[in-house]
Design a protein around this ligand. Structure first.
Ligand SMILES: [Zn+2]
Length: 329
C-alpha cells in the first residue's frame, strides 16, 4: 500500500508528498473531512512515506520502516483515540502522549502521532495538548483528524497546517466497487448511498447479506400503507437486530424517502434506489411533499431517540406506525 491506495485525494496527497520531498514536514497538521473520506488512510500513508528509507515521496513497502508500519509496530508512530468503553479522549491520554513525545525517535529521525477523532478530546485534554502544539520537540509531528474542525478550539486549529480532503466522486467510488467484484447495479446503488465516502462504501460491502436485508426493508416500505400491526412488529424486530450489528438501517430509510422527494421534484437522475424506481414513483404520486418531508423528519427523530438510549423497539414501532400514515401526522 502507498499513496496510490488513497482514493480521490490527489490534491492533499500532492501537498504532503511535496513536503516530504523538501523535508518541510510541519509539526502539526489538521486533516478535516467527513467520515469515510480516507483521512485515517491518508495520515497513515503520509507517515509511512515519511519513514520510508527507499523512496523520497512515497513508501516502497519493503524496507524495514515500511514493514514495521504495515505490521503496526513502528515505534515512532502512534495513534491516540477513544479508549474502549469511553466517550472521549481524556487528559490522561494527552499527558501520556506528552511524556512519550519527549523521547527521541527509535527507528527514524522523527516521530508521528495521530489524534483521532480530535474533536472528541475533553476540554482539559485539548488545553493540555495546546501547550505541546505551541512548542513541540523538533522531531515530532502531530496529526489531528477531525470530522468537524468547528468543534475544535480555535487556538488548536490555528496552530495546525490545515489539509482539507475533498468529497470523492461517485464514479471513482463505483470503479472501486466494481474492482471489488460488485455488479454494475449494486456498484451504482452503493456508490450513491455512500455520498462521496469511499470508506463508507467499503464498510457497506463488508456487511453480510447487505442486499438481502435492504430488500426486506424496502419491500416493507413500498407497501407500508397496507401493513398490519403484526407486520410492523416483525419489521421492527428485524431492524432492531440489524441495528445491533451496525447495519445502516436509518440511512436506508432516509434514502428511500429522499428518493421519493427527488422523484416528486423531477430529479430522477439523483435517485439512489433505481431498482425500486417504479415503487418509488407510485409512492411519490400518493404522498404530498409535506408528507415526505414529515417522514424524513420522523426518521431523523427516531434515530436521535435511539442515540439517546430511548428504547429501540418502542421508537421504531412508533416510527413505522407514523410512516404508515404520514398524512395523519
Ligand atoms: Zn520503504
Amino acid at each position: 500500500m502507498s499513496f496510490d491506495s488513497v482514493i480521490g485525494q490527489k490534491e492533499a496527497v500532492e501537498i504532503l508528498q511535496d513536503e516530504i520531498e523538501k523535508n518541510r514536514i510541519s509539526h502539526a497538521y489538521l486533516f478535516s473531512a467527513k467520515k469515510g473520506s480516507g483521512k485515517t488512510k491518508l495520515a497513515f500513508e503520509f507517515a509511512k512515506a515519511s519513514f520510508c528509507e527507499e523512496s523520497k515521496v512515497d513508501s516502497c513497502g519493503s524496507c524495514l520502516n515500511c514493514r514495521k508500519m504495515d505490521h503496526q509496530n513502528h515505534p515512532d508512530f502512534k495513534t491516540i483515540s477513544i479508549l474502549e468503553g469511553k466517550t472521549a479522549i481524556s487528559i490522561d491520554q494527552i499527558r501520556e502522549l506528552k511524556k512519550e513525545i519527549a523521547y527521541k525517535p527509535y527507528d527514524s529521525d522523527h516521530k508521528i502521532y495521530i489524534i483521532e477523532p480530535a474533536e472528541k478530546m475533553t476540554k482539559q485534554a485539548a488545553n493540555s495538548l495546546l501547550k505541546t502544539l505551541e512548542e513541540p520537540p523538533s522531531f515530532v509531528t502531530i496529526i489531528l483528524l477531525t470530522e468537524d474542525s468547528g468543534k475544535l478550539l480555535p487556538t488548536i486549529v490555528s496552530r495546525c497546517q490545515q489539509i482539507k480532503l475533498s468529497s470523492v466522486s461517485q464514479q471513482k467510488i463505483k470503479d472501486l466497487l466494481l474492482a471489488e467484484g460488485l455488479n454494475q447495479e449494486q456498484a451504482a446503488i452503493i456508490s450513491k448511498t455512500a455520498a462521496g465516502s469511499p470508506g463508507r462504501a467499503l464498510d457497506i460491502i463488508k456487511i453480510d447479506d447487505y442486499f438481502e436485508h435492504r430488500q426486506e426493508i424496502y419491500d416493507f416500505l413500498k407497501d407500508i400503507k397496507s401493513k398490519n400491526t403484526i407486520e410492523i412488529f416483525k419489521i421492527t424486530e428485524k431492524v432492531v437486530s440489524l441495528l445491533k450489528s451496525g447495519f445502516p438501517c436509518f440511512n436506508l430509510l432516509s434514502d428511500w424517502y429522499r428518493d421519493i422527494m427527488l422523484i416528486k421534484q423531477d430529479y430522477l437522475d439523483a435517485v439512489i434506489n433505481k431498482d425500486y424506481l417504479e415503487d418509488l414513483k407510485i409512492m411519490a404520486e400518493k404522498l404530498s411533499l409535506q408528507n415526505i418531508i414529515r417522514s424524513l423528519e420522523l426518521i431523523t427523530e427516531s434515530e436521535e431517540y435511539i442515540e439517546r438510549n430511548i428504547r429501540e423497539e418502542l421508537s421504531l414501532e412508533v416510527l413505522f406506525f407514523k410512516l404508515r400514515q404520514p398524512d395523519q401526522e
